[in-house]
Design a protein around this ligand. Structure first.
Ligand code: ATP
Ligand code: MG
Length: 412
C-alpha cells in the first residue's frame, strides 16, 4: 500500500518550490526594507496559549486545533502565529527593545477544517505585527504594507474592508444590544451561534450559515449595528485611520458586520478579499489587539498586525518565471568539468554540468533543455590551450577565450 500525505496537506514539489521562494523573498525584502525583523516561533505551543490568546469563543479553538498530550502536557500545533509572536515578545523581553517593535513571520499553520478549495489543514501564512504604538498611524502602516506586498505579487482586483469594533468598554454595551435584538429568534440560529450568543454575540454577525444570515437581516438588527455604540476615543482612532488611508490613496469600504474570527481584536479590524477566488475569498485578515500582550502576562502594549494565506495568494497571482541556470559546462573531461562548474558557482553564477559524461551533442542538448543562457565548452582543444568556448544559447554567438577571461562574458 502506498502511503499518502495526510488529507488537507500538500507537498511543495521541486517544480513548484520556486513560486514559494519568490513569495517568501518578496516578503523578506519588503518587510526588512520597512524595518520589520523576522521572528520564528515553535510550530507547537502550550495549548493554553491559544485558549488564552486566540479565545475560547473562536472556531479555531473550539473546532480546529490539532492538540496532543505528551507526558501530561497538552500541546497544540499552531493554528495562527499572533499568539506565538506575542508569547515570544514577552518571554524574550522584546518590550525592552526600542519601541515600536516590528516583526514579521512566515510558515505553516494547522487547522482541522474540512479541506476544500483554499482551505487546507496545513497551510502557510505570512504576517506582520507592530508593537508599541496606539495611534492609528500604526494601523495605516501595516495596512499599507499589506497592500504593497499584494502589489509586489501583482495581484489584481482586491477589496479592503475595514471596521471599528471598539474597545472592551464600549463593546460591552453593544453586546447587550445585539443580544436583545437577536433574542426573539434565538431558537432558529445555528448551534454555533447559540454558543456565541453567550460567549461573544458579536461573532454572530459574521456567521456563514444561510439561515443565520437571513435572521440577521432584520431592520432592528441593522439599526443596532448602525447605532453609534463606539466611544469617543475609538471613533477618533477610526477617523484618523480613514484619514491616513485617504492620504495614502488606499480604497476601502466600511463593513459594519466585519468582526473577524478572533477574540483579541480591539478598535480596527480589516480584511482583504479577492474578486477572483470562490467562497474562500479572504486573502488577508488583521486588526488591532491592544489587550493581548497584557492578557498573556506582559505589560500593557498596544499592537496591530495581519496575516495572509499564501496558498490563496498563489491561486490568484500570475505565475512567476521559473528559476533557471545561467551556465552549463559541456565537456568529456569530468574532472575539468567539475572544477570549472564550481569555479563559476563560486562567483554566484548558477551552473550545472553533465554527471553522466554523455556525448558532447547530448550535453549541448541538455544545456538548451535547461534553458541555460550559456554553454561553456571545454573540448580537447580548449583544455590543451587553457581556453574555454562560451556559447550564448540565445544568439548562438560563441567566443573562445582564455579561461580567466570567462567572467568578461558571463556576468555575475
Ligand atoms: P476564513 O474566512 O477563510 O476562515 P479566517 O478568518 O479563519 O479565514 P485568519 O485566521 O484571519 O483566517 O487567517 C488569515 C488568512 O489565512 C486568511 O485570510 C486566509 O487567507 C488564510 N487561511 C485561514 N485558514 C486557512 C486554511 N484553512 N487554509 C488556507 N488558508 C487559510
Ligand atoms: Mg477560518
Amino acid at each position: 500500500m502506498i502511503i499518502k500525505a495526510p488529507k488537507g496537506t500538500d507537498d511543495i514539489t521541486a517544480q513548484d518550490s520556486y513560486i514559494w521562494q519568490f513569495m517568501e523573498n518578496k516578503a523578506q525584502n519588503l518587510f526588512e526594507n520597512s524595518n520589520y525583523k523576522e521572528v520564528r516561533t515553535p510550530i507547537f505551543e502550550s495549548t493554553e496559549l491559544f485558549h488564552r490568546g486566540v479565545g475560547d469563543s473562536t472556531d479555531i479553538v473550539n473546532k480546529e486545533m490539532y492538540t496532543f498530550v505528551q507526558k501530561e502536557r497538552s500541546l497544540t500545533l499552531r493554528p495562527e502565529n499572533t499568539a506565538g509572536a506575542v508569547r515570544a515578545y514577552i518571554e524574550n523581553g522584546m518590550h525592552r527593545l526600542p519601541s515600536p517593535l516590528k516583526l514579521w513571520y512566515k510558515g505553516p499553520m494547522f487547522r482541522y477544517e474540512r479541506p476544500q478549495g483554499g482551505r487546507k489543514r496545513q497551510f502557510h501564512q505570512v504576517g506582520v505585527e507592530l508593537f508599541g504604538i496606539q495611534e492609528a498611524i500604526a494601523d495605516a502602516e501595516v495596512i499599507k504594507l499589506a497592500m504593497e506586498y499584494l502589489d509586489e505579487l501583482n495581484i489584481p482586483e482586491l477589496s479592503l474592508e475595514i471596521n471599528n469594533i471598539g474597545c472592551p468598554e464600549c463593546r460591552n454595551d453593544f453586546r447587550d444590544k445585539i443580544r436583545n435584538a437577536v433574542q426573539p429568534g434565538l431558537e432558529m440560529f445555528c448551534a454555533d451561534c447559540k454558543v456565541r450568543y453567550d460567549k461573544n454575540p458579536l461573532r454572530m454577525l459574521d456567521c456563514k450559515n444561510d439561515t443565520c444570515k437571513e435572521l440577521l437581516d432584520t431592520d432592528e438588527l441593522k439599526e443596532t449595528i448602525n447605532s453609534d455604540y463606539i466611544c469617543e476615543e475609538c471613533s477618533t482612532h477610526f477617523d484618523n485611520l480613514k484619514k491616513y488611508l485617504n492620504i495614502l490613496n488606499i480604497k476601502y469600504t466600511i463593513n459594519k458586520k466585519l468582526v473577524r474570527g478572533l477574540d483579541y481584536y480591539t478598535k480596527t479590524v480589516f480584511e482583504i478579499t479577492s474578486n477572483n477566488l470562490g467562497a474562500q475569498n479572504a486573502v488577508c485578515g488583521g486588526g488591532r489587539y491592544d489587550g493581548l500582550v497584557e492578557m498573556l502576562g506582559g505589560k500593557h502594549t498596544p499592537a496591530v498586525g495581519w496575516a495572509m494565506g499564501m496558498e490563496r495568494l498563489m491561486a490568484i497571482m500570475p505565475t512567476p518565471e521559473p528559476n533557471k541556470i545561467k551556465a552549463f559546462v559541456v565537456s568529456n573531461n569530468t574532472y575539468k568539468a567539475l572544477e570549472l562548474a564550481f569555479k563559476l558557482r563560486s562567483k554566484g553564477i548558477s551552473t550545472d554540468f553533465d554527471l553522466l559524461n554523455r556525448k558532447f551533442v547530448k550535453q549541448l542538448d541538455k544545456a538548451s533543455k535547461l534553458n541555460a543562457d550559456y554553454a561553456v565548452l571545454l573540448g580537447e582543444d580548449e583544455i590543451n590551450s587553457g581556453t574555454v568556448t562560451v556559447k550564448n544559447l540565445k544568439t548562438s554567438e560563441q567566443h573562445t577565450l582564455s579561461q580567466d577571461k570567462i567572467f568578461d562574458i558571463i556576468e555575475y
